[in-house]
Ligand binder design. Structure first.
Ligand code: PNS
Length: 161
């Protein structure tokens, strides 16, 4: 990949991807030449969907949204190491009101300790998406709530499985 291109990595668990994530991804794709949405395989967290399923849901959502400068990938290592390897200098994260701040503040400090050259960029979640999280989607879907306006179409298929 060419080094004069501005590349960003958008890391997360994406278990599953939500319309809140998609909004951040779309906004990031306007700012950077290339965005990699990166599924960080986190052994400590027990996930609903395996990485293959999560990758498929994201790939389909990217294609449906016609995001031509976005790709999905998976890592089991450090996000910052992945970013360095592909020549990305920025990590993208979304922030919902208040609750996410402390966690993201620590994550940014840890990432900056690993490599001070890689900066995190935060997008404020839109009001409509402020209450959405992957786990609230799963709870609502399990409880029979129609979440089709909160997640990409590709996710609905997997929620029904
Ligand atoms: O969607 P999440 O679960 O809030 O995402 C958190 C994530 C995956 C971005 C973060 O845990 C991460 O980057 N994990 C990979 C390992 C790593 O690089 N940790 C940062 C130093 S503690």
């Amino acid at each position: 990949m060419s080094h004069n291109k501005r590349i960003a990595v958008y890391p997360g668990s994406f278990d599953p991807i939500t319309n809140g994530h998609m909004d951040i991804l779309i906004r990031a794709s306007r700012l950077f030449d290339h965005v990699i949405i990166l599924i960080a395989e986190n052994g400590a967290k027990n996930s609903r969907f395996d990485v293959v399923a999560r990758q498929k849901m994201i790939a389909e959502a990217i294609s449906d949204a016609k995001l031509e400068n976005v790709e999905v990938d998976v890592t089991s290592g450090l996000t910052v190491e992945y970013a360095k390897r592909i020549g990305a200098n920025h990590l993208i994260r979304g922030l919902r009101a208040v609750t996410d701040f402390e966690y993201e503040f620590k994550l940014a400090a840890a990432n900056s300790f690993i490599d001070p050259d890689i900066d995190m960029i935060f997008f404020m979640a839109k009001n409509d998406f402020d209450f959405i999280s992957s786990s609230s989607i799963l709870e609502m879907a399990d409880g029979g709530v129609d979440v089709s306006s909160l997640v990409p179409k590709s996710v609905i298929k997997y929620l029904k499985k």
